[in-house]
Design a protein. Structure first.
Length: 477
């Protein structure tokens, strides 16, 4: 048998996009990053862990944990399944953790992708298992947001309308970049990890139309695929240099367009993707945050009066997203949190959406109003904006134009801390848990991952409390 040929084209050739991203990622250091980028990474960690703590009662993480244990088993090494206490493999912990982080659908958003729900549980598991130093966690997080966010910003306007979900599609690239950085891989191996990830990525939007739960687990699968891409690269995989811009590469295959590697590479370190990361005040789709904000203001004007009809105008990119125009009937929160008519009707009649009201599928008044909400795609309305007209039974018309940008949802540390603690108050999470994740995110690089594990070990009703004692032996991962 002939030995395999491990000779590959030059992965560091300057004219390939994988090489350019790898060069950027390899050169990141905590000291060289702009202070505002470092601060945003800390806030992303605080939000990610905080939302996950508040999602401990959602049903998706237990499903992912069961699958992780069936695939990898319980073990004394590896990493902890956050919110559970048992340990499994790193891929298993990432799969389970991402479902927890995604459970409230209130995780961060980078454009159309939920990169934090992919990256943060994966990097946490790697650090806990000793596969990367905690000192590299913040720049690894930035590496992931920048690699995934660069491609998301350039191509999600084309891939999303085609039915491809941005979170797994671009999150796999982010996971590969973040993992490769945390592992300390050299530039050519980071390029190989990115090329591998381009081959392993994907994910469709149909579950939103059908109101099912696959999307809850897509982020975990993206994390595992990105981890696999980086592990293969570390082991010496021979990977396509032009995985992104090649004739049958990522961009042609998914976006059906061309790719200018030099133009995209020029954005790295100039247009920081992490600054586009936004946080969700309400447990609804990112595209529904603005309509809910507008509806809350209109609710004050309606003042309990009977509503005849509602018309909402939004950008076609958002109205055309899977599940957004649905009027039910609803049988899962996967359907209600996506539906623009439902979220507006619920907010006008019941106020701020909560997990409890979002799962009240038999609310007759809300369901009746949903049928009277007309959704109008309007190119004149920018993304993240909306215009709502409420016509009352007496003929009075109330209008609200809500113009918002990512800056409105790019909350600072204090606002995110208040947000996650408010959710914790609703869901019974001890304040000490938030103290610990805040201390961890603020202290990096001089922090211990044990603070994070102890925070999740304080969740009420933890299924496997005895196993949480394992975190006491963890110092810096």
């Amino acid at each position: 048998m002939t030995a395999p040929d491990l000779t590959a084209p030059d992965l560091t050739a300057p004219d390939t996009l994988a090489a350019a991203i790898a060069r950027f990622v390899a050169g990141l250091t905590l000291d060289s990053l702009p202070p505002d980028v470092v601060e945003k990474a800390r806030v992303c960690l605080l939000n990610g862990y905080g939302i996950a703590l508040g999602g401990h009662g959602t049903p998706y993480a237990p499903v992912a944990r069961a699958a992780a244990l069936a695939l990898h088993g319980e073990r004394s090494d590896g990493a902890t399944m956050l919110g559970d206490g048992r340990r499994t493999s790193i891929p298993g912990a990432a799969l389970a953790g991402s479902a927890l982080f995604h459970g409230r659908a209130q995780e961060d958003t980078c454009g159309a992708a939920h990169i934090g729900a992919v990256l943060i549980p994966l990097l946490t598991a790697l650090v806990e298992a000793g596969d990367g130093p905690v000192e590299r966690l913040l720049p690894a997080l930035v590496a992931g947001y920048e690699a995934g966010g660069l491609l998301e910003n350039a191509f999600s306007p084309l891939t999303t309308p085609a039915g491809l979900r941005a979170s797994p599609l671009y999150g796999t690239l982010a996971a590969a970049a973040g993992t490769a950085y945390l592992l300390g891989l050299p530039e050519d191996r980071i390029a190989a990890a990115l090329a591998n990830a381009a081959s392993f990525t994907g994910g469709i939007l149909q579950s939103f139309d059908d109101g099912t739960d696959e999307w809850r687990y897509q982020v975990g699968v993206a994390a595992v695929n990105g981890l696999t891409a980086a592990r293969l690269a570390a082991a010496g995989s021979v990977s396509a240099p032009r995985a992104f811009e090649g004739r049958t590469g990522f961009v042609r295959a998914f976006a059906r367009t061309g790719c200018d590697p030099a133009e995209l590479a020029a954005r790295l370190g100039r247009d920081w993707s992490i600054h586009r990361v936004t946080f969700k005040p309400y447990p609804v789709c990112a595209f529904n945050q603005t309509p809910v904000t507008a509806a809350l203001a209109l609710r004050e004007e309606v003042a309990g009066r009977a509503i005849r009809s509602v018309t909402v105008r939004m950008n076609p990119f958002e109205t055309g997203y899977a599940g957004m125009e649905s009027k039910g009937p609803f049988a899962s929160i996967s359907g209600t949190l996506m539906s623009i008519p439902f979220c507006i009707a619920l907010t006008l009649l019941r106020g701020v959406p909560t997990m409890e009201t979002m799962t009240r599928y038999d609310d007759g008044a809300v369901n009746a109003l949903v049928e009277r909400v007309a959704l109008v795609p309007d190119e004149a309305v920018r993304r993240l904006c909306c215009a709502i007209e409420v016509v009352l039974e007496d003929g009075t018309a109330l209008t609200r134009r809500q113009d918002m940008t990512t800056d409105d949802f790019a909350l600072p540390w204090e606002a995110v801390s208040a947000l996650v603690r408010r959710i914790g108050d609703e869901t019974g999470v001890p304040a000490d848990a938030y103290d610990r994740i805040g201390r961890f995110a603020r202290a990096l690089p001089d922090a211990t991952i044990g603070d994070v594990l102890e925070a999740f070990g304080r969740l009420p009703g933890l299924p496997h409390q005895a196993s949480v004692s394992l975190v006491k032996d963890v110092t810096n991962g």
